[in-house]
Design a protein around this ligand. Structure first.
Ligand code: NCD
Length: 314
């Protein structure tokens, strides 16, 4: 199985490539858990020793950036954290010139988050380094899709035959797109739902169905993933206010009754407590949210190891 040198999107990955990555990520996740409980395990810092990984985030991030950096260090790489405000981008240097210079400095991988869909592909054409997409506009966020799949697969064993509802701002969400591709390739059914202005026309072409109400989305679902309204990508007054949204599409103790017993709740973060999820749901027993974050480090370790051709067996 060949893994691509760049991870730009999940749409074009095969099921075998996704499964290889999840297998390796699962191994790293178990090793990290054992190490935290004081057990000795393999030292993975040889895998990317001497390699340089640059994180370039042109949008805000808490989880994604820090987990890529922790992942890179766990594999022994040197990490350089590019700060847009402190760089020559603030002096007018273009994205392509910026990345060409980082390439010349000797970066082996560039981890890029950018508000423009397609920016990582553009960068991949301009540099020798591997490029990993950490979220590009409303296009894709491949490592998020993979980490969600890892958390679900660990709970269920397989995604085959499961139904996952994705609820919220589908139109502007790169997380929704990556998840639709990933979950359907792994054999799950995906249903999307949200305010009608936030459901893109023709989304069914990606292989999902559309639910018109929260009840329709949640009925007989095995898991629900709540998404934040991407206010920063919307210049539209027809948006529901936070209170309205919470009443019709928010998950709380009352609306959770629409889900079967034992169904799981996910959210990629950042959560607006009381809007997409009430606090008792976010912190409750069905929530996978902290496990998703834990999966994120392991998935990013596996991504960097595979894209950079580290010699590792899953
Ligand atoms: C998401 C993102 O940036 O796409 N966050 C994340 O990476 N976990 C989702 C969001 O911002 O709502």
């Amino acid at each position: 199985m060949e893994f691509p040198r760049h991870l730009l999107e999940l749409e074009t990955l095969t099921r075998a490539q996704i499964e290889a990555l999840l297998g390796l990520a699962g191994t790293f996740k178990r090793e990290r858990a054992r190490a935290r409980s004081g057990e000795a395990g393999p030292d993975r810092r040889g895998l990317l020793r001497g390699r340089t990984i640059v994180t370039l985030f042109f949008e805000n991030s808490t989880r994604t950036r820090s987990s890529f950096e922790v992942a890179a260090r766990a594999l022994g790489a040197d990490v350089l954290s590019f700060q847009k405000e402190a760089s020559s981008v603030a002096k007018g240097e273009s994205l392509e010139d910026t990345v060409r210079n980082l390439d010349a400095i000797g970066a082996d991988a560039l981890v890029l988050r950018h508000p423009a869909a397609g920016a990582p592909r553009l960068v991949a054409r301009a540099v020798k380094a591997s490029v990993v997409n950490a979220g590009d506009g409303a296009h894709e966020h491949p490592t998020q899709g993979l980490l969600d799949a890892l958390s679900l697969r660990e709970r269920w064993g397989t995604l085959e035959g499961k139904t996952v509802a994705i609820v919220g701002d589908i139109a502007h969400s790169r997380v929704a797109r990556s998840n639709i591709h990933c979950l359907t390739k792994l054999g799950a059914r995906v249903r999307v739902g949200g305010p009608s202005t936030l459901i893109p026309l023709g989304i069914e072409k990606l292989g999902c169905t559309v639910a018109k109400t929260l009840r329709e989305a949640l009925t007989s679902a095995d898991a629900v993933m709540a998404l934040r309204i991407q206010n920063e990508r919307i210049a539209d007054a027809r948006l529901p206010g936070a209170r309205d949204y919470a009443r019709t599409w928010g998950l709380n103790a009352r609306t959770l009754e629409m889900l079967p017993q034992g169904a799981l709740v996910l959210h990629p973060g950042p959560v607006n407590r009381g809007v997409e999820l009430s606090s008792d749901v976010l912190d409750g027993p069905r929530s996978l949210v902290m496990d998703q974050v834990d999966s994120g480090v392991a998935v990013r370790m596996a991504t960097l190891a595979l894209c950079l051709r580290a010699e590792v067996a899953a």
